[in-house]
Design a protein around this ligand. Structure first.
Ligand code: I3P
Length: 110
């Protein structure tokens, strides 16, 4: 699965609150290729150019991660929360309710 998403970092690994200045929403072209890792690229061109150099810096390990609808986050629509096994937490905004469900299902099915 691939597509543009907005991402907000809430907690870095080990449940540490992401510091102010690093908590803003940013757009990424996100690809879930290798089933255990989600890669975040600046845009689609960045994905085509960089997929060979993907590394830990733009990757989120989603093995044993949990994606759930962020019903408590009311500032934006179609948002899910991603909690990873290393206890980091992100919010992702998708384009519509179908995309929202599809990202959640894809991540949780892994
Ligand atoms: C953050 C940015 C986010 C905001 C977050 C701010 O500032 O304004 O949009 O989250 O609030 O800290 P910065 O760009 O300096 O990191 P919301 O859009 O959800 O309000 P937060 O710290 O309450 O999460």
């Amino acid at each position: 699965k691939k597509g543009y998403v907005m991402r907000k970092c809430c907690y870095d690994s080990n449940n540490k609150k992401t510091p102010f200045g690093k908590r803003s929403w940013k757009m990424f072209y996100c690809t879930l290729r290798d089933p255990l890792v989600m890669y975040l690229h600046k845009d689609e061109r960045g994905f085509h150019k960089n997929q060979l150099s993907d590394n830990v810096h733009n990757a989120i390990r989603i093995h044993h991660a949990l994606a759930t609808k962020a019903n408590d986050y009311t500032k934006k629509q179609h948002v899910f929360r991603l909690q990873t096994s290393d206890q980091s937490e992100y919010l992702f905004q998708t384009s519509d309710s179908k995309e929202l469900q599809s990202w959640i299902d894809t991540i949780n099915f892994v």
